[in-house]
Design a protein around this ligand. Structure first.
Ligand code: SF4
Length: 340
């Protein structure tokens, strides 16, 4: 196991397989046009699996395949199959908006995927149109049902809660999860790159989320009071339903953050808020050995001191992280490139 300067292990790898997305969620991709990563820079299936193997060899136990929208990759099943075969990997999950999931859940389960996290912020078609510019809400729900049919357990639903947008659906989303064996996680709206319209006034805090839930279902009790490395604080309702709250904006969890991200073009970022990353694609394509790549990662992780969200919390005034001009100049600052 390798530790960073705050004794945090290299534990979870978020591996982005594409920067493209078929939705345009207001909290992530609110603009009309984007600068995309050049297609020749996107890592191949073999390159992605090789990187996953090197990270697991260094102690990472969990890989989250992410995007953009990972189901836009036609070879996703092959990528999953390759990563699932990596020795020492304990958990392999896919983060998706679910639109294209229904027809592929079974093949992904067969390829060795352990579980799926579906992003779903509203159950109302007109809101889905306004919030994510999609008319395919029903397909997302089909995708959710398909995970059950494919025998995938541990499904999660991630819902970003925004004031004046969907905070009145917290209870309905919780009930949807309960009815489908999925744990719902409510996520505070974050001021990350890409969230160019972010404002503190639009953040529905952990306390507000918990109080909305308590009002409808009774007071939830904390699960795992001593916490794990998972970003979500978990709670149990009186009827046994478990849900999570990810308070990234008002109560960040940098102190236990074991995750890093590789973009679809092979840039490794040790924090969601990092200004710059380390290109792994260059050495990968220049013929570096596994040992050389592993040493590069080890050196950078042991020097890691990132606590991006905590630093944001200390700012006297807070606004969107990166102006649109800088996002256009460097799409690596975009959350949809960094894998959320
Ligand atoms: S802000 Fe950075 S260090 Fe803090 S939890 Fe997020 S990724 Fe980890």
């Amino acid at each position: 196991m390798i530790l960073d300067r705050h004794a945090r292990p290299l534990g979870t790898l978020r591996l982005s397989v594409t920067d493209r997305c078929n939705l345009r969620c207001r909290y992530c991709m609110p603009e009309d046009e984007y600068v995309w990563l050049p297609s020749e820079s996107i890592l191949s299936q073999g390159e992605l699996v090789r990187l996953a193997r090197i990270f697991v060899g260094l102690g990472a136990r969990e890989v989250r395949v992410t995007g953009g929208e990972p189901l836009l990759r036609a070879d996703l099943e092959a990528i999953v199959l390759g990563i699932a075969g990596v020795e020492g990997l304990a958990d392999l999950a896919l983060t998706t908006n679910g639109v294209l999931l229904a027809d592929r859940a079974e093949a992904l389960a067969r390829a060795g995927l352990h579980r799926v996290t579906i992003s779903l912020d509203t159950l109302r078609p007109e809101r889905a149109r306004a919030l994510s510019r999609t008319t395919r809400l029903e397909d997302v729900l089909r995708g959710l049902r398909a995970t059950q049919k494919a025998g995938l357990s541990g499904t999660k639903i991630n819902a970003v809660v925004m004031r004046g947008v969907n905070e009145d659906e917290i209870g309905d989303l919780l009930e949807l999860g309960r009815g489908h064996g999925a744990e719902v996680r409510f996520i505070e709206y974050m001021d990350v790159g890409g969230a160019t319209r972010w404002s503190l006034a639009d953040v529905v805090s952990r306390e507000e989320i918990l109080s909305a839930i308590a009002n409808r279902f009774g007071t939830p009790a904390r699960v795992d009071p001593h916490g794990s490395l998972a970003p979500a604080e978990r709670f149990r309702l009186p009827d046994g339903t478990v849900f999570g709250v990810v308070a990234s904006t008002t109560a960040p969890f940098c102190g236990s953050c074991d995750r890093s991200r590789v973009t679809a073009d092979g840039v490794w970022l040790t924090c969601l808020y990092a200004e710059q990353g380390q290109s792994l694609r260059a050495p990968l394509r220049e013929g570096a050995s596994d040992e050389t790549l592993a040493e590069l990662i080890r050196l950078r992780w042991t020097a890691r001191a990132d606590r991006g969200a905590e630093e944001r919390l200390r700012l006297p005034a807070r606004e969107a992280l990166v102006p649109i001009s800088r996002l256009r100049a460097d799409p690596h600052r975009e959350m949809h490139t960094r894998g959320g």
